[in-house]
Every structure is written in structure tokens, then in C-alpha cells.
Write a protein that binds this ligand. Structure first.
Ligand SMILES: *Cc1c(COP(=O)(O)O)cnc(C)c1O
Length: 372
């Protein structure tokens, strides 16, 4: 039988594993940071309407530049994220993963490197690899905040072309202070002062769940700073595949060099526009999830777990001697959480109140078993 290794694949892909959060069919699924609330019925009806409209034109290619959608995304950011941005500063693609891929195709690639501060979002390393960009794993403090001095040193030593900062960070939930972003941005520009500088990507996939304001205002006057967002989490639309960035218009022009023509389907654009019409309702769910996230943090601490402060819609908890055994123990009780490979720790997504109760009951049982 032919295996991958019998094929002429690129050397750097040999022996590697694809992204693979288990998609298991269990009663309580709290493992991929999805929003537990289905879209409200009036929005579902509006999507049907807008998609029907789009369907009448499906013989034509979609708007290649997604101008109407980018205009609405810019309006949303202007209203909620603390900086007035225009359509020329916003770009959209099929999930923020595609946004990140376009950025790495444009600013990374063979002979170039990207750095991230781990543990962090595993796709930053995977997309780097997929685009032939060398990956550098930078450090964090024991409490999972970014060690600014160590990060500066790593940037000065490796002189990366792209710097990833995830805030709130996945899987730890840790928000990054604006001063930290600025310190790393300035360090990255200084390290590449021989060239045109370095691109700093702030991945704010969980921005709407944070106690802190968005880092969006930092893009002002910094053409090498990019903010990446998604409708997968706060908008409860992971199945839609819609991510976007805000940056200097020159960055938006630059990614046009690598994007596939007509990459955003007319159906996707119509659906995202319908969802943006219901922003206020969807942000109402975000408030409910933030309250549930805070409840998870405090109840897990009461149970005796060590919990990392969270600004996201998930919580990192432990410590377990054997995190994978604890993961299995919860799965045996019908609750699927995520083992991100952080020693002694697991990650749980904030679900509905009933799902969170089931999760907390399972943790209580597990801890009792452990101390028995
Ligand atoms: C979930 C997540 C994304 C979202 O990816 P999409 O492709 O937009 O679904 C991006 N960044 C981080 C850190 C995430 O956790």
C-alpha cells in the first residue's frame, strides 16, 4: 500500500502530523473553543434570504475584493474596538487561518522565519511550516505571560521576519498588555533595521471575550503591525469560515499578491453580511459566555484546581500528574476537553450553563478519585 512517505512530498513535511483536534461524539463537547449557542432563528432566516439573493448570481464570480463585507467589518471594528478604521484597512478570508496563511505567504516563506511564544496557537507553527517559513519557539514565564526580556533577546538573536503575539493567548487564556506588544514590535523593527523591518501579527481571535480593550488602536502609525480577528468564536460562526485583519492599507495591498482570485465565495460573503446585521444579539451571547468563563475559573479554584486567569472563552486548569489520564477520565464521564500538550494542564471551553455544570461535576469526581 502506498503511504505518504512513498510520495514525493516536501522534505519538511515528512513524518509530520496534520492539525487534529479529536471530533468525538460525546454528550458534552468543550474542546475546540466553539460558541455553544446555535445562531438565533431570525438570523438563520436572514442568512437564507441573503444566500438566496446571492444564489441568483452564482453563474458569476463573486466580488473579488469583498468590498461590502469589508465595509461592514470595518464598521464593526470602529464601533467596538476603539479605532475608526476604513474599508482599505480591512481584509477578509476563509477563516483567520487563511488570513494568517496569506500573511506568511507574503511576509514569510523560504529563507525567512517566524517566532511565537509557546505554548500558543499551534496553527502559527503549522502554517509557517506549510509556507516554508522557519519556525522559532520563543519563551514564556511560568505563569504563561510573555517574558518580555527573554522575548526581546530571542528577537534580537533570531531576527525573525514575522512575530506572532496571541492575545488572549490560546490555550492559556492570557491577555497581553499593550506595552508588551509595543516592546516586541519595536524590538522586531530594530532587529531587522537592515531590511524593511518585521511584520508583527497580533492574533485577537478571542478579543471580544477579554476584560481588556482591543489592541486594534496599536495599528495606528505602525504599518508593520497587523491585527487578526475571526467570526469563528464570538460570532458563533465557526462553520462559516470567515476571518479578517485590520492593518495599514499597504498590508491589505500586499496580501493581494498571494490571495487566490475570488477566494471568498459569494455564499460566504452573503452569510457573513447577514451575521453582521445581528451583531448586537451575538455580542449578547458573548456577555453570557464571559460570565460562565468567570464562573468556571472560580468554581475550579474552589474544587482545588490550579487555574490560569482567562480573558478568552476557555479556561486552562490543572495541575494533573498525568494530564492525558485526566483528559481520559473526563472523557469517560462524557466530557470532552482539550489536551494541548501543556504539561499537567487541560483546557475547557466555556459552554452553556448545563454543559459547564456537567463538566464541573466530572472534575469534582475526578479530584475525589485522585485524593481517595
Ligand atoms: C480559533 C482560533 C483562530 C480561528 O481560526 P479560524 O480559521 O478563524 O476559525 C485563530 N487564532 C486563534 C489563536 C484561535 O484560537
Amino acid at each position: 500500500m502506498t503511504g505518504i512517505d512513498d510520495l514525493p512530498i516536501r522534505d519538511e513535511l515528512r513524518g509530520k502530523s496534520p492539525y487534529g483536534a479529536p471530533q468525538l461524539d460525546v454528550p458534552v463537547r468543550l474542546n475546540t473553543n466553539e460558541n455553544p449557542y446555535p445562531l438565533p432563528e431570525p438570523l438563520v432566516a436572514r442568512i437564507a434570504e441573503r444566500v438566496a439573493e446571492a444564489a441568483r448570481d452564482l453563474n458569476r464570480y463573486p466580488d473579488r475584493d469583498a468590498v461590502e463585507l469589508r465595509t461592514e467589518l470595518a464598521r464593526y471594528l470602529s464601533r467596538t474596538a476603539g479605532l475608526e478604521v476604513g474599508v482599505a484597512q480591512v481584509w477578509a478570508a476563509n477563516g483567520s487561518n487563511e488570513v494568517l496563511q496569506q500573511l506568511l505567504q507574503t511576509f514569510g516563506g523560504p529563507g525567512r522565519t517566524a517566532i511565537g511564544f509557546e505554548p500558543s496557537y499551534s496553527m502559527h507553527a503549522l502554517i509557517s511550516r506549510g509556507t516554508g517559513t522557519g519556525w522559532i519557539s520563543g519563551p514564556r514565564n511560568a505563569d504563561f505571560t510573555i517574558d518580555v526580556e527573554a522575548a526581546r533577546k530571542a528577537i534580537a538573536e533570531h531576527r525573525p521576519d514575522v512575530v506572532f503575539i496571541t492575545s488572549p493567548n490560546n490555550p492559556t487564556g492570557t491577555a497581553v498588555a499593550a506595552e508588551t506588544v509595543l516592546a516586541l514590535h519595536d524590538a522586531a523593527q530594530a532587529a531587522r533595521s537592515d531590511a524593511a523591518g518585521a511584520l508583527v501579527v497580533v492574533d485577537e481571535a478571542y478579543g471580544e471575550f477579554s476584560h481588556r480593550p482591543s489592541l486594534l488602536p496599536l495599528i495606528e502609525g505602525r504599518p508593520r503591525l497587523v491585527l487578526s480577528r475571526t467570526m469563528s468564536k464570538a460570532f458563533g460562526a465557526a462553520g462559516l469560515r470567515l476571518g479578517y485583519l485590520a492593518a495599514d492599507p499597504a498590508v491589505v495591498d500586499a496580501v493581494q499578491l498571494v490571495r487566490l482570485p475570488y477566494h471568498l465565495s459569494a455564499v460566504t460573503q452573503a452569510t457573513a453580511l447577514a451575521a453582521l446585521e445581528h451583531t448586537d444579539t451575538l455580542l449578547g451571547y458573548v456577555e453570557a459566555l464571559k460570565a460562565e468563563r468567570d464562573r468556571l475559573v472560580s468554581e475550579l479554584r474552589t474544587i482545588g484546581c490550579e487555574v490560569t486567569d482567562s480573558d478568552a472563552n476557555f479556561v486552562q486548569f490543572g495541575r494533573f500528574e498525568d494530564a492525558h489520564a485526566a483528559w481520559q477520565g473526563l472523557l469517560d464521564r462524557g466530557v470532552l476537553v482539550r489536551d494541548n500538550g501543556v504539561p499537567g494542564r487541560l483546557r475547557v471551553t466555556a459552554g452553556t450553563p448545563a454543559e459547564n455544570d456537567a463538566f464541573l461535576d466530572a472534575v469534582r469526581e475526578l479530584m475525589k478519585e485522585k485524593s481517595a
